[in-house]
Design a protein around this ligand. Structure first.
Ligand code: BT5
Length: 325
């Protein structure tokens, strides 16, 4: 059930920059003009801005750049993903919170969002920079009906879904997927994905899908450690990023691709992954926990495993590691 205020907001957004008459709102929602006016005041206090056009009504001119559940729900078009939202101002890591919630039985599609992370992390406990209010720092709890082995390619599914969402919203931005878990724009990282698992021998209890997206940072916002390797969507798109709309769009693509993944396996998504990838066909250097290899990334398997053709012609199978192009 949505509140009167939400419904007014929904209509103002749907009007797409056109004026919405206060009288018409009052008539169709069956309340007084004064009630409408009070709700408009409430919205203003939350950071929405309006222009009032005489005899025409209200035009929505600005929305607060917040990731509150209400903001996200305005754009949300999914069945399960994002239907339960835990939103925090400051957290250590959304992964840690999601692990706890998943153990307590949180439903499929539950999301955890922090405006800031003080201990955001990447793979192998590397730090993930998560400054306040600038990016999207979110973990999605996914409970797919797959085996732990099948789940190992899920990171690639997430990469495809996020890249689709970005392309859908920002036509001039085309992120490239770097195997296994990065999205790059002009060679710089704008997104990192961290998939963790709660599982029993042959059954996945939950995947904790951490997605970190640099949204509204400008160059000066990045620390010296990552200033040369990181970029943001705003820098690429040349416009302020509506984080709530992006979260909702990602959830929509992810729900859709997860369904394909569970019903048909990663094989059905592989072609799209290859099209969006900047890794295949390239000469690369791979660092695994133990060794370092060089060669040409010749492809990925139906399980999402990277194949590296070394200079002596042997093909090496890489399950996890860091790629340098
Ligand atoms: C990743 O690890 O790329 C996975 C990042 C996942 C972050 C999300 S945010 C929500 C959720 N909660 C968490 O605590 N984590 C997840 P990896 O491939 O290991 O890359 C880590 C490396 O990326 C670091 O060593 C830095 O070099 C670089 N890095 C750190 N912060 C960055 C940022 N904001 N933008 C671009 N690069 C960054």
């Amino acid at each position: 059930s949505i509140s009167m205020k939400d419904e007014i907001l929904r209509r103002l957004l749907a009007a797409n920059g056109e004026a919405v008459s206060g009288q018409e709102l009052a008539d169709t929602l069956n309340v007084s003009r004064t009630a409408i006016w009070k709700h408009m005041q409430g919205l203003q206090e939350e950071g929405y801005t309006f222009e009032t056009v005489k005899k025409k009504g209200y035009i929505l001119t600005g929305v607060p750049n917040s990731l509150s559940p209400m903001q996200i729900e305005l754009f949300l078009n999914t069945e399960r993903f994002g239907r339960t939202i835990h939103h925090f101002d400051v957290v250590d890591s959304t992964q840690t919170i999601a692990h706890k919630l998943a153990q307590e039985g949180a439903p499929d599609g539950t999301i955890v969002i922090g405006e800031e992370q003080t201990a955001g992390r990447g793979r192998m406990a590397r730090p993930w920079e998560s400054a306040h209010g600038t990016g999207i720092w979110m973990t999605i709890i996914v409970r797919p009906d797959v085996t732990p082995q099948q789940a190992s390619s899920y990171t690639l599914v997430v990469a495809v879904a996020v890249s689709k969402a970005i392309k859908a919203l920002y036509k001039n931005v085309e992120p490239a997927i770097k195997w296994p878990n990065d999205l790059l724009i002009n060679g710089k990282k704008c997104t990192g994905i961290l998939t963790e698992m709660q599982a029993e021998a042959d059954c996945v209890q939950a995947l904790l899908v951490g997605i970190g997206i640099n949204a509204n940072q400008v160059e000066a916002d990045f620390s010296p450690e990552i200033a040369d390797i990181a970029t943001s969507l705003r820098l690429a798109a040349g416009e302020e990023i509506n984080r709530a709309a992006l979260v909702a769009t990602i959830l929509q693509y992810l729900e859709q691709y997860t369904e394909i993944f569970v019903k048909e396996s990663f094989t059905s998504i592989k072609k799209e992954w290859e099209q969006a990838s900047c890794t295949i066909g390239q000469r690369i250097e791979v660092t695994t926990i133990r060794e370092r290899f060089e060669g040409v990334a010749s492809g990925i398997t139906d399980e999402g495993v990277l194949q590296l053709r070394q200079d002596d012609g042997t093909v090496r199978t890489i399950y996890s590691g860091d790629v340098r192009i």
